[in-house]
Design a protein around this ligand. Structure first.
Ligand code: CP3
Length: 343
């Protein structure tokens, strides 16, 4: 038996008898201990920028469930904040940001190398975690992919169809392209520092990749992610990278190989037998239990969990959800899912 951590084994292409498991948003409002620490911190951003408390909430799900991986507690919108955008969270509604609608909004932003003072608490959280995590738990750092982060910076909030970002992309391609470029370069610097602080794997979240079609997908979902991975791997050879071009549909095929990623996270809509045939030969696959089953539980939770493990057991697989666990999830259902995976 190798003494290498299970998550790293799956990322290096090994097929394991029992897949490693962690959950997107595993530190979150479904856990009473998270809600208590969040109340102590005040608001969500204060929690992200408090290294002791951010490390504490990152460790909570590890203590409770013994997941194989731990993901840094932070948010993809810290990068726009570090670049000089206003960012705040409205309770019950979600994020709000100052908007970028034309070139004048872009020139006010800082440069790619000017983010580190602002991000110092995040790097400190990573250092605390790399000391305090159990020796068999892998520490994942992360950032948003440029397109998804840009959709929030342009609209000033989450949008169902990313219409403001598509409008800028089509109406002012120069400003849009410059924003994507800045985010691409700043993300390399940000993740480089997370790795230097102790992150062993990085993940890029492109939650809105599916709203880019055809050539626009290749230019703004694929190319920037490819540049980020090339930049990181030239500084950190062998660094494992997980990509999540959510709702990419048929564009998932060949994506991991094209961008140089080690694992492809898939959303709930992807058929696991199709993933085994068309995605797993190219890379480790991560996913893809429906987060709704963490709310409803019952026999369906157990049978779906087993079905996914079975469908992806012929190649490298990291068990996860198809999107983040929701605040109304029952913490007991996580134990039931783990029992179904690990026996
Ligand atoms: O996965 C983890 O546990 C690590 C931490 C993490 C958070 N956000 C914490 C968080 C990660 C990896 C993210 C990523 C993120 N943030 C994404 C990409 C993944 C996805 O969900 O699609 C996006 C789009 C964001 C932006 C964001 N942050 C939104 C839209 C919201 C509001 C929605 C919500 O759930 O309230 C957040 C807030 C947020 N980020 C919370 C957490 C735990 C809830 C904040 C709270 O405690 O009130």
């Amino acid at each position: 038996m190798s003494d290498k951590k299970k998550l790293l084994r799956a990322l290096s292409g090994e097929t394991l008898d029992v897949p490693p498991v962690w959950l997107m948003r595993q530190a979150g409002r479904y856990l009473p201990e998270y809600r208590a620490t969040r109340a102590e911190a005040g608001d969500f951003l204060s929690l992200c920028y408090n290294p002791d408390l951010a490390a504490e909430v990152t460790l909570q799900p590890i203590r409770r469930y013994g997941f194989d991986a731990s993901i840094l507690f932070a948010d993809i919108l810290l990068l726009p904040h570090a670049l000089g955008a206003d960012v705040w969270f409205v309770t019950g509604e979600g994020p709000r940001l100052s908007t970028i609608t034309e070139a004048s909004g872009l020139v006010k932003l800082k440069g790619k190398d000017d983010i580190h003072d602002h991000m110092a608490p995040v790097y400190e959280t990573v250092r605390i975690l790399s000391r305090e995590l159990p020796s068999d738990t892998t520490l994942i750092g992360f950032a948003g992919a440029p397109w998804t982060v840009a959709t929030y910076m342009i609209a000033g909030r989450g949008t169902p169809d990313q219409a403001p970002a598509h409008a800028l992309r089509e109406g002012d391609p120069e400003t849009f392209g410059a924003l994507i470029n800045l985010l691409t370069e700043a993300t390399i610097e940000y993740l480089d520092q997370q790795v230097q602080a102790g992150a062993e794997v990085v993940k890029l979240f492109d939650s809105w990749a599916g709203s880019l079609k055809g050539d626009a997908f290749d230019r703004f979902a694929l190319e920037p992610v490819k540049r980020i991975i090339a930049g990181l791997k030239s500084r950190h050879p062998g660094l494992p990278v997980i990509v999540f071009p959510r709702e990419a549909g048929e564009k998932y095929v060949g994506f991991a190989k094209a961008v140089g990623a080690d694992a492809l996270a898939i959303d709930t809509a992807v058929d696991t037998n199709w993933a085994a045939e068309y995605l797993q030969p190219n890379s480790c696959v991560q996913g893809n239990l429906d987060p709704k089953l963490m709310v409803t539980g019952g026999d369906a939770l157990i049978s779906e969990t087993r079905r996914i493990v079975e469908a992806l057991k012929g190649g490298p697989h990291i068990f996860n959800l198809g999107h983040g666990i929701t605040p109304d999830a029952d913490p007991e259902n996580v134990h039931r899912m783990l029992e179904a995976i690990r026996g």
